[in-house]
Ligand binder design. Structure first.
Ligand code: FUB
Length: 354
């Protein structure tokens, strides 16, 4: 097994551990964090919630918001929206599984807007003539405060298909909605409708999968995303350690709608096989036997940028104590600092624990 220190050195990685106590939320399972600094000066994030029993992606039924002023101590503000708010009824329609996947929450002109994907699985046959079994689109809800209940104001933004909506408001005030695999559109000032037709983003990376996040740094637009893990960077080296299941990559452009030039790895899993490594906290390992997704969010706070992502390590550690622990849909939000080099390249962020 290659030693982590020399591996990190070789790849010019940022391996310095930061004291955020990853995962930062430990009393429940959270995923898909979307962090933003809000007018109260705190960092707020809205997260997906994975079911305590690890029931899988179709059991994701609500969102929580959390806030912090030091990135270490987080206040859980509780559930702000659930599946019944999204459906507008007190039960799921027969034969359908509704789920709430990766959301985003932004502030604009005195209000907080929560964008979320409604994902419906049709259990009894497909929903259309091609017999497709799932459908997803973006909805939006509003609240006067990020710790209060949100009210759905548009249950389906016309023109959107796919999961993982993310909002970016540029310095000139123009708003953008990114979603699904590769899609982006301008958003009207009413925050509830697309302004024109969506476009397919041009990113020169055929491993691009989902979970878009946009952040701006020194006038450049950084588009990060979850990479399709079963395609190695170099097909000649299928065992390359970077061929991991939960990678994030990124591309850069002069324009928020691209085209984006692939720049490299943003976040990667430096795991060890659980049978070889320690099972319990105290070590800087993420056991990677457990399949897990990844989903990034970036926020600048007091001059430092932070990457939010998730791992399944907490549920993996708990396997011996809780009989339902150890599934890949019991994820937990983690945070690490982002370091840029002089050329604006991000040093790949190693997933950390404790
Ligand atoms: O959390 C459900 C889905 O898994 C998200 O929508 C994806 O980004 C991935 O994190």
């Amino acid at each position: 097994l290659i030693s982590m220190a020399s591996f990190a050195q070789k790849k010019n990685l940022n391996t310095k551990p930061y004291p955020y106590g990853n995962p930062v939320i430990k009393h429940m399972y959270t995923a898909d964090a979307s962090p933003h600094v809000m007018p109260d000066g705190r960092v707020w994030m809205v997260t997906s919630v994975d079911h305590e029993d690890g029931g899988g992606y179709s059991t994701m039924h609500c969102y929580h918001t959390f806030s912090s002023k030091d990135m270490v101590n987080w206040t859980d503000h509780g559930e702000v929206l659930n599946i019944y708010d999204a459906i507008g009824k007190t039960e799921e329609p027969k034969g359908e599984d509704w789920a709430l996947w990766a959301p985003d929450m932004v502030y604009y002109e005195g209000k907080y807007y929560l964008y979320f994907p409604v994902r419906i699985l049709f259990k009894e046959g497909g929903y259309d003539e091609k017999n497709r079994k799932t459908i997803a689109y973006t909805a939006v809800a509003v609240s006067d405060s990020p710790d209060k209940r949100f009210k759905v104001i548009n249950p389906k933004i016309e023109g959107t298909t796919g999961i993982d909506p993310a909002i970016f408001i540029d310095d000139d005030g123009q708003k953008y909605l990114y979603y699904g695999s590769h899609m982006a559109a301008k958003l009207k000032d009413n925050m509830t409708e697309l302004d024109g037709k969506p476009i397919k983003l041009d990113v020169d990376d055929d491993r691009f999968m989902e979970a878009i996040w946009m952040n701006k740094k020194a006038g450049k637009y950084y588009l990060s995303y979850h990479t399709e893990y079963d395609k190695p960077i170099d097909p000649e080296k299928p065992d390359d350690l970077f061929r991991k299941k939960s990678r994030l990559d990124y591309g850069v452009s002069d324009n928020p709608l691209g085209p984006f030039e692939y720049k490299g790895i943003l976040n990667y899993e430096l795991g060890v096989n659980v049978s070889e490594g320690p099972k319990y906290p105290g070590k800087n390992y993420v056991p990677w036997r457990l399949y897990q997704s990844n989903h990034g969010g970036i926020v600048e706070y007091h001059g430092q940028e932070y990457l939010f992502y998730h791992t399944s390590a907490l549920s993996s550690w708990r396997q011996d104590e809780f009989k339902n622990a150890g599934t890949w849909t019991q994820r937990s939000v983690c945070i690490d600092k982002i370091v840029y080099d002089e050329s604006g390249q991000i040093r790949p962020v190693q997933q950390t624990l404790t």
